[in-house]
Design a binder for this molecule. Sequence first.
Ligand SMILES: C[S@@+](CC[C@H](N)C(=O)[O-])C[C@H]1O[C@@H](n2cnc3c(N)ncnc32)[C@H](O)[C@@H]1O
Length: 879
Amino acid sequence: MAALSVAIGAQHGLRSSGAARPAAPARTQPDESLSKSLTGCFALGAVAAVHRKRSLTLREWRGERTMEINYYQLDAMKASNIRKKTETMLEEGAAVLKGCAEESAQQKMLLLLSSPAVKELLVFLVQDDLTVLSVLKQLKYFWSLSQSHLAILLERLAEQLRLEHDLKMPEAVRAFYGENAIHLEAADPHGVFPTSIYRQCDGLTLATEDSATIESVMSTTITTTIKIARDVLQPSNRLLFDVYKPLGRCVAVVDDKVEAHFGADLEKYFEINGIEFVKLVFSGNEVDKNLSNVEQILLALKENWQARHEPVLIVGGGVIADVAGMACALYSRNTPYVMLCTSLVAGIDAGPSPRVCCNGFSYKNLYGAYHPPALTITDRGFWRTMHPGQLRHGVAEIIKVAAMADLHLFELMEKWGKETVATNFGTLGGLDDPAFQEVCDLIIGKAMEGYVRAEYGNLWETHQCRPHAYGHTWSPGYELPSGMLHGHAVGTCMGFGAYLSYKEGWLSEVDMHRVLKVISDCELALWHPVMEDTVSVWKAQIGIVEKRGGNLCAPIPRALGESGYLNSLPERLLHQRMHEYQELCSKYPREGRGVQEHSVDVGLEDPMSKKDSIRDADRCVVTPMDRVVVQLGAASQSTSARAIGEAARIVDGIDEMVTKYSSQPSEALKNVSKRTAMTNPLWAELMGQGNTSRLMEAEMISGQAEAQLLQLLLKLSGGKDVLDIGTFTGYSSLAMAEAIPEDGTVVTLEREQEAKDMAKANWIGSPHASKIESLVGEAHDLLICLAAEDKSFDLVFLDVDKPGYFGLYQMLMDKNLLKVKGLLVVDNVMYKGEELSGTELTKNGQGAQALNQGLLDDPRVQQVMLPLRDGVTLVYRES
Ligand SMILES: C[S@@+](CC[C@H](N)C(=O)[O-])C[C@H]1O[C@@H](n2cnc3c(N)ncnc32)[C@H](O)[C@@H]1O
């Protein structure tokens, strides 16, 4: 109903906000089907309003099947008031429609909106009784899409009436609705200027009289709909039509593998329905579930002028649901999306999940947000193209819900589990058996309902009584090393949980075996040899206790279909129970092993082979110490993330400590900071290439400690003619300029004009800036010029591309650019510890090594290498 108010506001030029676009994409013309559906929509609203049962199923009303929804009980008085008004409106509306049967849809709508009974009801709903409005909003979102989209259609129609047709709304009618819109600005801004029709927020703010203390309590309402449907891509199917037709277009993020099978069907659907379709295809592979993929999606959305109120359509399985859902959470801080699930796991678990996420630095789901879809559609028709092994492992998620929360579903799985697996859930067999088809839908619907009931009631995961974590307590310790598909790992852990429940005296022995049997019947694993390493399983338990806020809180069935939580399992007992459980599994078919239980068995890569070393090595290695951390992580995959994080903290701490206990830089030098560098396009360019800010900071800016060293060396030596090779931010030039006498000079060389300009800007304000002479060009060419001018220097700081180091050094020596008794300071001589690690050297590593060796071989110099940051060598020229 909030959107209905928008429709009314739109008559008066009050527009709902959306992203500005260069040119508005062509919008859909309202068609005749609109006027046909009008009467139905009004009737739907009427029945909803007066229906006083606590629960109502759509099946009762429209003969379709959907989940049962609980509604608020309406106050009898309000209901009868609405009923009266609605009946009057229906009568009057029907008469209006009858009297203008030959008119256009626009004309019909105009007449309807002008009718006194319609006007009265619409305004009554939003103005006189906001409680009822909120109830109707629930009904709108949870019951019938056609009703909710009436509101959007009204807005579009009103806009078109105003802008594109000669049909003018009479002033009196416009004024009537206009007054209502003005009222709403104060009473319910969501009703007149919404940016989202799926979310609302409210806040209660209290303050002391002097406003010195302000307390606020905020609340959020998120609405969502879940549909189990068939033939969603049949052009006659209304589900996607109802969302996107009123908007005029659909921007979709599609999994690349789904695109191969269903891309053409998707295009056809939107084409036949006259809806502009923008298809963005992205990888749905676990290995690509990273932040840069999220960024790519964000960019694609921006390039297509995605507005924050248009739901993005996400088509695919669990990975694309996570990654594209994450992009939607970030895009304009929160953009709605519709999830069209094409895999079993997505269809009952990841798809409607309120959690969206991506991996980072090799940690699974390091980044994430809570952002449920506005609409989730599960159509098992898509599963016919799934690899049977992929489908099978998804079944574990159904058993999980069944054992923990739904005995009826559990019994269905006992009876039909085998057959659903064998037929890809009725898509590769059993097609001509309507009863079996019904069973398949029922199983999916029930599993979905269980999931939604548990997860949406604990949206922010603010407590750990999560039945859905059944099968996820100990398996994280061995899933990755085993190479098992997730569902099989969950299967083993569910079996173990059922055994623990039996040992606790919760499940009877018979029921415990029922759980094990259903897992086994569905050809999922109960046991895997990797579990013999019970020490790893214990480590996993420690990790999970940490994750669950200090509690084990392991979900296991208390009875079949009922959740319980085990909060204590001492180490010795865990080892013992694991051995007992192994023995138990050995008596099951296949000795408890699953069918096609490994990722490689279903054509996927072994996740271990793709598991990049612990901290995204290439990006994080800046200094030799960084290399130590990476080696530590790579040495043992079982090294806990915490230990590696601790090592990283110490390594980072070394730099911090050196900085802390060295003399502090001048204010001018402080200004030449990382932030200054970040404003430069060079920074953006390097970031675009995937470098991190840490890399930029450490590699490109001569750090504070090095600057202090340069200053001390100059003060000690009394040098006043200085050459700085590699200007970049100008930090080292300015540091050295500060340390030389008034008549001293720093000549600084840089290949990039942009860097020179940035450095110059950074020196403004320093009284020492006048000592700096800045030259642009290749260092090699500029050295030739300087030599031709007979220039020579007391101190040279060399800090450019490493492959050129040795050649430049030879020029400095051979052309006497470095004075005898002068000092050369060279940065990055350890080059990220490449030589130390014994790995193949990069060109930069080779460049640093060539210089190091060249210095050793040159009798004219004496040098010392200092392990400061990335290694600094001091070279004294003796002859
Ligand atoms: C490591 S940064 C220098 C950092 C600088 N000392 C500071 O304090 O910000 C290296 C700079 O040298 C420049 N450069 C690299 N190779 C060069 C070459 N062969 N000739 C001239 N400039 C070069 C790069 O463009 C970059 O700006």
